[in-house]
Design a protein around this ligand. Structure first.
Ligand code: AMP
Length: 217
């Protein structure tokens, strides 16, 4: 089962993807993570990507689609992908459908994480993660504590450079203008399920779990 985890920045897509990986043997394909990996290369392309990300704008569809196609050809993750942060506009959604058809796959479910924008700024500007195991914490709501992973004793907390108040409002504007219209596209295929993402992390996971179990039964 391939799933799109959908919602504005700060909705908890990454956190809930971790839950899905552990409990449903799925693989998270996050275009944001792939781009952050690319940034480490220090290439000319990396510097263009960096500027766009810090301006809260979308990186070009060509770059994103080629990153995605490389992964879709990987048999080890066939039909168990969580698309996180992708698609981000209608063109990407259509390309994803074409690519999935090419690889004899499809999307079974779009999880629409619904959260008020009023809480997003605090969620994002407080977000930090363990440099070793990547567990996320929030300086306001869930202050960093020791991770269960023993290797993390030497960790530092890292913060994404685009997780600041100024960039968040631009990212939300981009989300409203480019990304939100995708919901209509997927609703017409009857694969969207709404999730109340304002509540505790565990309660959000429970909702997701029961949606998936219903689909499988
Ligand atoms: P995320 O980690 O999903 O919040 O993405 C961080 C930033 O990476 C976004 O604000 C965009 O600049 C860029 N990005 C991530 N995914 C995409 C995508 N599918 N299309 C275009 N830009 C993307």
């Amino acid at each position: 089962m391939n799933i799109v985890i959908f919602g504005p920045p700060g909705a908890g897509k990454g956190t809930q993807s971790s839950f899905l990986i552990k409990n449903f043997n799925l693989y998270q394909l996050s275009t944001g993570d792939l781009l952050r990996e690319e940034l480490k290369s220090g290439s000319e392309l990396a510097s263009q990507i960096d500027k766009l990300m810090n301006a809260g704008k979308l990186v070009s569809d060509d770059i994103i689609n080629s990153l995605i196609e490389k992964k879709l050809g990987d048999k080890s993750i066939e039909n168990r992908i969580i698309f996180d942060g992708f698609p981000r506009n209608i063109e990407q959604a259509k390309t994803l459908d074409q690519l999935l058809t090419k690889y004899s796959q499809s999307i079974s479910l779009v999880l629409n994480l619904k959260v008020d924008y009023s809480v997003i700024t605090k969620r994002i500007s407080g977000r930090v993660s363990c440099s070793i195991c990547k567990t996320t914490f929030n300086e306001f709501f869930d202050p960093p504590k020791l991770c269960s992973n023993i290797k993390c004793s030497t960790r530092t907390m890292v913060k994404r450079s685009d997780d600041n108040v100024e960039t968040v409002s631009k990212r939300l504007k981009t989300y409203d203008e480019s990304t939100l219209p995708i919901l209509d596209y997927y609703s017409s295929k009857n694969i969207v399920k709404d999730v109340d993402a304002m509540t505790d992390i565990d309660k959000v996971s429970e909702q997701i779990s029961s949606i998936i179990k219903d689909l499988k039964s």
